[in-house]
Design a protein around this ligand. Structure first.
Ligand code: NAD
Length: 504
């Protein structure tokens, strides 16, 4: 597997991740085996885990391939009848105990997140709480997989609809939320009665394997929850080709989502996809600019910008445009860039060099085409994965940043005149994951809530995710939903049963 070679090490942070990892009480979080059929498999070869801030090797993990994945599928198949038959309350008890263990080990898991993903430790701690929340929520929701009784159109008959577990589930997860994206998928699948096989991103295997240690401790039986790390194509091919795998849930880029959708077509799996975003963030001239800037900062710079909900196009109405840009620039200039384990850090490194390079290309393209740069240049000298938090104003639709997801700490601000115009510009995208609207007018908020084409919309707020909400997008941002009762349904099949001839 190709990992980036360090070209530059942030001088102040060399050894920081290793020092923190040495403090972990749970040494087994670092042993890096794969969990297959209740066994910890060391792997024939090992893959390196890299601190994205410094390029240093911080651990190594078992590399699995197609043979190990076949074993995992067979083990999941064997575990399915018993897991499915367990009453939902008993499945829920195991999920709750897994959640408790995650919270008990929150600090150690947060250190793993920051060490391999790069986000500031305070955000990593939030992710652990967020991730445990899905296990707790689905533990309860599994008991509410109610069916229906339909008033019959056929005399002397009883019509029922049941929800039954779909079968084996596969989860292919990204590196930006290496804990929560696993619990959001696995919590739903397990609560529904389905065994799940997780293929985490190769950049962030330690979090996945630590979750597996805790899952095992919580009492998840062999084969019910398995984690295999390795080459994405080698591991996903058996998952796609095996007809016993009935559900596939993926979070990541739209091109890979398309490939997986095509691959799953061969045996018509149920596919849920959470793909890229390109969220519009619309600021009308009737709002309190301080609140709008606070919202834009949160919506753009959380997770160092590596968030599918990130505000990628910030449209500001012309009357307040320069006031907004001035305040926004002041706030952006105060962001501190550094190693995520340094408590003063607001913006960490990009997890992947390719993401940092994409950010820099968006900045260069925008500047070449006439955008103004309104931010400090700090961070550029820390290493190749660091991107200075940047505010680009006077952005136009010709610039790349207005047309595709950046996935980094680069904010693009575009002026607009009218409501009608901004709705049309906001909707002129193949993506439709999230959107944000800031306005003091209730009527306008209602109109926009109807007209913006996206799966999730925040009105006067930048914070709206959590276990009870249906997370997912329109258009090429995805298929299906995660979280909420809709997320549980992704792992269930409906069965209609007609009891006929009931008349005595
Ligand atoms: P990616 O889609 O390549 O990776 C996501 C997951 O898919 C990882 O587990 C990866 O190993 C796996 N994967 C990659 N290629 C695969 C293949 N051919 N078959 C099976 N699995 C495969 O994403 P990336 O390259 O790491 O990031 C690129 C862009 O994707 C980002 O800049 C961002 O736009 C988007 N992204 C979105 C999210 C999100 O939360 N929606 C998360 C990560 C990345």
């Amino acid at each position: 597997m190709a990992f980036q070679t360090p070209r530059h090490k942030g001088p102040h942070s060399v050894g920081l991740a290793i020092k923190h990892l040495q403090t972990l009480r749970r040494r087994d979080f670092l042993t890096g085996g794969a969990l297959i059929d209740g066994q910890w498999v060391p792997g024939r070869e090992r893959d390196l885990v890299i601190d994205p801030a410094t390029g240093e090797q911080i651990a190594d993990v078992a590399r699995c391939g197609a043979a190990e994945m076949d074993m995992a599928i067979a083990a999941a198949e064997r575990s399915f009848p018993t897991w499915r038959e367990l009453p939902p309350r008993r499945r829920g008890a195991i999920l709750r105990s897994w959640a408790s263990l995650v919270l008990e080990h929150a600090e150690e898991l947060a250190i793993l997140v920051t060490s391999e993903q790069g986000k500031p430790l305070a955000e990593a701690r939030q992710e652990i709480a967020y991730g445990a929340g899905f296990l707790e929520w689905f533990a309860a929701e599994g008991e509410r997989a109610y069916g229906e009784t339909i008033p019959s159109h056929k005399p002397g008959s009883l019509l029922q609809v049941r929800m039954q577990p779909i079968g084996l589930a596969a989860a292919i997860t990204p590196w930006n939320f290496p804990v929560a994206m696993i619990t959001r998928k696995a919590g739903a699948a397990l609560a529904a009665g389905c065994p799940v096989i997780v293929k985490p991103a190769p950049e962030t295997p330690l979090c996945a394997l630590a979750l597996a240690r805790l899952a095992e401790q919580a009492g998840l039986p062999p084969g019910v929850f398995q984690v295999l790390v390795g080459n994405p194509v080698e591991l996903s091919t058996p998952l796609l080709n095996d007809p016993r795998v009935r559900a596939l849930s993926f979070t990541g880029s739209t091109p890979v989502g398309r490939l997986l959708l095509e691959g799953a077509a061969g045996n018509v799996k149920k596919v849920s996809l959470e793909l890229g975003g390109h969220a519009p963030f619309i600021v009308f001239d009737d709002v309190d600019l301080e609140k709008a800037v606070e919202g834009a900062m949160a919506a753009k710079f959380a997770t160092s910008g590596q968030d599918c909900l990130a505000a990628n196009r910030i449209y500001v109405q012309k009357r307040v445009y320069s006031g907004f840009v001035d305040r926004f620039a002041t706030a952006v200039a105060q962001l501190r860039v550094g190693h995520g384990l340094d408590p003063t850090t607001d913006i960490g490194p990009m997890t992947k060099l390719s993401v940092a390079n994409k950010c820099m290309s968006h900045i260069d393209d925008a500047v070449t085409k006439g955008a103004r740069v309104d931010s400090a240049k700090q961070g550029a000298d820390l290493g190749p994965n660091f991107v200075p938090p940047t505010l680009l104003s006077d952005v136009t639709e010709e610039m790349l940043i207005a047309r595709e997801e950046t996935f980094g700490p680069v904010a693009a601000v575009l002026p607009f005149d009218s409501e009608e115009e901004v709705i049309s510009r906001a909707n002129a995208s193949e993506m439709g994951l999230a959107g944000y609207v800031y306005t003091d007018s209730l009527r306008r908020a209602l109109r926009l809530s109807e007209q913006i084409e996206c799966g999730m919309l925040g009105i006067n707020t930048a914070s709206f995710t959590g276990p009870p909400i249906p997370f997912g997008g329109w258009k090429q941002s995805g298929l299906g939903r995660e979280g909420s009762r809709h997320g549980l349904a992704e792992y269930m099949e409906l069965k209609y049963v007609c009891f006929g001839d009931l008349t005595a």
